[in-house]
Design a protein around this ligand. Structure first.
Ligand SMILES: O=c1ccn([C@@H]2O[C@H](COP(=O)(O)O)[C@@H](O)[C@H]2O)c(=O)[nH]1
Length: 266
């Protein structure tokens, strides 16, 4: 089964549209063992409320070799829990280097089921990622309109809409309900969601920024199709550090966000 199909099946079966972000911040822990244990615990306790999980590569890379080992553990644990894995790496480069990124993050030993990719170098940079994802039944999430307040410096003036049109074009010929070419649109832009949903009718939308960045579940309904599929709202700090390092609080935060997203869909 492809990433898009598995994710949509899990969304329907568990009635959850929540993506749990894993951003292990070294400053929060006594040592590496503590960070590892808490990260794996958060993954396990939130899994029943999650459609998928999104490790942020920056936090694993920052740990050096132990970070890569932990990432492998996280990916393996997620698979045992039935959770599709989106690696948030925002990769993009000239073609030959993009190919190496694609090999590493979509096909290699640390591979996820999906990867976030950055189209800033031009649409050609997307090709190796899309090809690697297709070869493995995986997916890419192209940055269309990011959640940060200064995104409009470069993404305004119709740029996000141009990228959205390319996302739709790339996914157009694919079989299945949703294509393996999805898009990142910040949960902090609720008024734009309906337009991006219409521009990319068969793309999965990844909506980061729920919680800590001010994104509110109640405002995200326009990103979804009838039946509540087609989008995932992502929260990292609001789940992983809901109340310090208390994993019970993380589980309850995931449950609450799942319920809020479902309530927003009516
Ligand atoms: O537009 C984007 C794309 C990615 N992110 C990433 O998501 C998480 C958000 O963390 P929170 O704690 O939920 O704010 C983080 O890893 C970002 O790098 C994003 O925020 N916005």
């Amino acid at each position: 089964m492809t990433f898009a199909a598995a994710l949509t099946e899990r969304t329907r079966r568990l009635q959850t549209r929540l993506c749990v972000g894993l951003d292990p911040r070294p400053g929060a822990y006594r040592d590496a063992a503590h960070l590892r244990a808490h990260t794996l615990d958060v993954l396990e306790v939130t899994a029943p409320f999650a459609a998928c999980v999104k490790p942020q590569l920056a936090f694993f890379e920052a740990l050096g070799l132990p970070g890569f080992a932990l990432l492998e553990e996280v990916c393996a644990a997620a698979r045992l829990l039935g959770l599709p894995v989106i690696l948030d790496g925002k990769r993009g480069d000239i073609g030959s280097t993009a190919q190496a990124y694609a090999q590493g993050w979509l096909s290699g030993p640390h591979a996820g089921d999906a990867l976030t990719v950055n189209p800033f170098l031009g649409f050609g940079t997307l090709t190796p990622f899309v090809e690697a994802a297709r070869a493995n039944g995986g997916a890419v999430f192209v940055l269309v309109k990011t959640s940060n307040p200064d995104q409009a410096d470069l993404q305004g003036g119709g740029v996000s809409e141009r990228v959205a049109a390319e996302v739709a074009r790339l996914g157009a010929g694919e079989e299945g309900e949703y294509a393996g070419v999805g898009a990142v649109v910040g949960a902090t832009h609720p008024r734009d969601l309906a337009a991006f949903r219409a521009l990319m009718p068969r793309a999965l939308l990844l909506l980061p920024g729920l919680g800590a960045q001010g994104g509110a579940a109640a405002e995200l309904a326009p990103a979804f199709h009838p039946g509540g599929t087609g989008a995932l709202a992502s929260a990292s700090r609001a789940v992983g550090y809901a109340d310090g390092l208390d994993v019970t609080a993380s589980r309850e935060a995931a449950r609450r966000l799942r319920d809020e997203l479902n309530a927003a869909l009516g």
